[in-house]
Design a protein around this ligand. Structure first.
Ligand SMILES: Nc1ncnc2c1ncn2[C@@H]1O[C@H](COP(=O)(O)OP(=O)(O)OP(=O)(O)O)[C@@H](O)[C@H]1O
Ligand SMILES: [Mg+2]
Length: 276
């Protein structure tokens, strides 16, 4: 059910207006980005703000077309959005006038292929997967941030996409909720075997979740290094994984790689106001 993703020499150029004149000019957001995510793999994507992480996700989702190179899923070029790929954003994107269950049923209806009774059954099944059975009839405003994001994840998984794309999905949550959802997500990933690409600003989150961490650089936006994270996630070891020396070493390695990106020459000048 899970699918492989291939980005080959992907370039993305946007047309933007300069500050000085109204003429449009090219802005290179991605240049020569290469990445393969194997079927069933969990890859996290980190990089400086504006380096092109969301652009990579949008390309895989089919929301944008690359200017050059190719993006394919299971060997087929991506030509637009489809139910084989699902995306979860940082902002909760639930319909406020529908209950948790009805939000999922709505997505299933849009994808098509299930009867009304099947949609109801499936919605409950996926709410159960994220531990929200009791909250099926609640409206989004009656749910906490973490619960809303769980519903969004359940909705994304309900039509069994081969690929789950997540753009800083836990960014708006408090640290404790975030950690709990990270653990739940690993559990869900194991049970559904979905291929996951997960963007985060949080290095710990990237190391905790990713079997591999792809580190991006900006100007040009590209996949700079892919770090294999070999941590023992089996049984009891998983619980204390964040406290191990191995975990700290990976965190440091990613941090160093990101710092290299930050210290690259930039055109930004910082003006410091003089204190009289
Ligand atoms: N539709 C667009 N038109 C013009 N420029 C764009 C467009 N989409 C993105 N960009 C530019 O491309 C670059 C990469 O944007 P992107 O949103 O992919 O970055 P990001 O790595 O996700 O950043 P952040 O961590 O802040 O979310 C940015 O400089 C952004 O301004
Ligand atoms: Mg982004």
């Amino acid at each position: 059910m899970s699918a492989q993703i291939d980005l080959r020499d992907v370039g993305q150029v946007f047309q933007v207006r300069g500050n000085d004149d109204k003429r449009k000019r090219d802005f290179v957001a991605l240049d020569g980005a290469n990445l393969t995510v194997r079927a069933g793999e969990f890859v996290t994507l980190v990089g400086p703000s504006g380096c092109g992480k969301s652009t990579v996700l949008d390309l895989i989702a089919g929301l944008t077309k690359p200017t050059s190179g190719s993006v394919s899923v299971d060997g087929r070029p991506v030509t637009g959005p489809g139910p084989d790929r699902s995306i979860v954003f940082q902002q909760y994107t639930l319909l406020p006038w529908r209950t948790a269950q009805a939000n999922i049923e709505f997505a299933l209806e849009a994808v098509g292929g299930w009867s009304k009774a099947e949609r109801a059954e499936r919605a409950l099944e996926y709410l159960d997967l994220v531990g929200l059975t009791e909250f099926a009839n609640r409206y989004p405003h009656e749910l906490s941030g973490g619960m809303k994001q769980r519903v969004a994840i359940a909705r994304s998984l309900s039509y069994e996409p081969g690929v789950l794309l997540m753009d800083e999905p836990f960014g708006a949550l408090d640290a404790q909720t975030r950690e709990r959802l990270q653990e739940e997500l690993i559990d869900i990933w194991r049970r559904t075997a979905t291929t996951i690409v997960f963007i985060t600003h949080d290095i710990e989150e990237a190391v905790f979740l990713g079997e591999r961490v792809a580190v991006m650089s900006s100007r040009p936006g590209t996949i700079h290094t892919v770090v294999d994270v070999r941590l023992d996630r089996s049984g009891e070891a998983a619980e204390d994984i964040r406290g191990t020396r191995e975990f700290a070493a990976y965190r440091h390695e990613i941090w160093s790689l990101l710092r290299e990106q930050r210290s690259a020459p930039r055109s930004v000048r910082v003006e410091v106001a003089s204190v009289a």
